[in-house]
Write a protein that binds this ligand. Structure first.
Ligand SMILES: [Zn+2]
Length: 260
């Protein structure tokens, strides 16, 4: 089996001490509708196999530990400033299941050798890095997160809790539901009016990639520091899990970590 090799963002590749990547389905143990590197435990897949996939993910990035979140499409952000904050919540591999899990849709840390994981299957993972303050974040932004501006809230947390400057922050937007497939028939009830400008003129299709870019920009992140992979998950189910394409499916992972 091929060793999982994550996709990376060009604008994050040349920072020594930074490790990141978005894992495709390639190189995992899961079978059937979960085929590949499924890291989602609440998908219906065999938990032992998911754990083996998670361990493969860790070893391919040469990371000792990562933090998974209980993602609930909310606005809570896990702020990890000390080893005490992280204690009990980290996944290190076999035999050391975390005793707690943060119910949150973003995580921010300045700790070294701790990967932040976001699991997605159409939603965006938005990874953030401030190279001056050496602070990283990972955000889960589905449509509910876009409506609630979880991205803006996370940048604000980086600024207020860690002293980051938005103009230095780099951002990468993972493969996710593209403007080709982001159809919201009930948008009048689901999507706030402020975001209707991102809808196609004659069809209820939205450009969530541009929404995220603009939400980052509104916080002061420079446009040239934002990179979108531009791959639609629903159009590329050979590469990624897509909830819209297949209701029973896995989750792929986006990871960022500071290494010593
Ligand atoms: Zn598409």
């Amino acid at each position: 089996m091929a060793v999982p090799r994550p996709l990376t963002f060009e604008n994050l590749n040349n920072f020594p001490g930074l490790v990141h990547g978005v894992f495709s389905r390639a190189g995992g143990y899961s079978k059937g509708p979960f085929l590949g590197l499924n890291v989602g435990l609440s998908t219906g897949d065999d938990p032992d196999i998911v754990n083996r996939n998670r361990i493969r993910m860790l070893s391919s990035l040469d990371l000792p530990r990562v933090l998974f979140l209980n993602q609930v499409h909310g606005t809570d952000i896990a702020v990890i400033k000390s080893e005490k904050d992280a204690a009990g919540a980290v996944f290190k591999g076999q035999g050391t299941a975390p005793s707690k899990i943060f119910k949150a849709d973003a995580a921010v840390t300045n700790l070294k050798n701790l990967g932040l994981v976001i699991q997605v299957a159409d939603c965006q993972a938005v990874i953030l890095y401030d190279p001056e303050k050496e602070v990283i974040a990972n955000v889960h932004a589905g449509w509910r997160g876009s409506v609630a501006d979880i991205i803006g809230r996370c940048i604000d947390t980086m600024v207020t809790q860690f002293g980051c400057t938005p103009a230095t922050i780099r951002a990468g937007i993972s493969p996710s539901l593209g403007p080709c497939c982001a159809q919201f028939i009930n948008y009048e009830h689901e999507i706030s009016r402020a975001l209707w400008q991102y809808k196609e003129k004659d069809r209820p299709y939205f450009d969530f990639w541009q929404i995220s870019r603009d939400q980052l920009g509104a916080q002061g992140v420079l446009d040239e520091h934002i990179e979108t992979m531009g791959l639609c998950t629903r159009c590329h189910t050979d590469l990624f899990y897509s909830f819209r394409a297949n209701k029973v499916t896995g989750r792929f992972a986006a990871v960022i970590a500071l290494k010593t």
